[in-house]
Design a protein around this ligand. Structure first.
Ligand code: ADP
Length: 167
């Protein structure tokens, strides 16, 4: 049985992330989307909310599950019996950072492999941060995120406007 971990912040999970999860699900028996628990970082969604939004977005992918984790990604991968990490690569934006992280991970866990999937053309310029920026400024993001995320983002922005806090 082959198991891969797809780690990330997923604040929030976008259609670019979903595309990588779907394509990876055809390559491995079992995929675990691993949501990095970042208590100190200012994010739009809590860890539990991010996990829940991924869960609601992958209901049609039977071999994909979601879990949160803290600490080293390679340690988490070892704990769940995964031999591969998956990441998505967008033009320009991701390569150097991913390469650096991959070399460090290889050093920490030589038997753990990294598989990078090239981002699909239509999601090349999609990132969670630009998405949040556009949504805050009132732009339409409905085509870019799975359906459960649309409502969750709107609710966050509405709540933030009431308290005039930035989500
Ligand atoms: P991180 O903080 O670990 O970069 P992200 O949630 O931003 O977490 O991204 C998780 C993974 O998904 C990374 O490998 C990132 O390169 C990839 N990714 C992000 N956006 C896209 C996209 N639009 N298409 C394909 N892969 C993407």
């Amino acid at each position: 049985m082959t198991t891969a971990v797809y780690p990330g912040t997923f604040d929030p999970f976008t259609k670019g992330h979903l595309d990588i999860a779907k394509r990876t699900a055809r390559l491995f028996d079992r995929i675990i989307i691993a949501v990095y628990d970042t208590p100190g970082k200012k994010l739009m969604f809590t860890t539990d909310e991010r996990v829940e939004l991924v869960k609601q977005s992958i209901t049609d992918l039977p071999n994909v599950t979601v879990q949160s984790y803290t600490g080293l990604t390679v340690t988490f991968a070892r704990e769940v019996g995964a031999e591969t990490l998956v990441r998505g690569l967008r033009i320009g934006a991701d390569f150097e950072g991913e390469f650096e992280m991959a070399l460090m991970n290889k050093n920490l866990a030589p038997d753990c492999e990294l598989v990078c999937l090239m981002a699909s053309m239509k999601y090349q310029f999609l990132s969670s941060s630009i998405l949040k920026e556009v949504a805050r400024l009132g732009g339409n993001i409905d085509d870019l995120v799975p359906r459960p995320v649309i409502g969750a983002m709107k609710a966050k922005l509405k709540a933030a406007r009431k308290t005039s806090k930035q989500p």
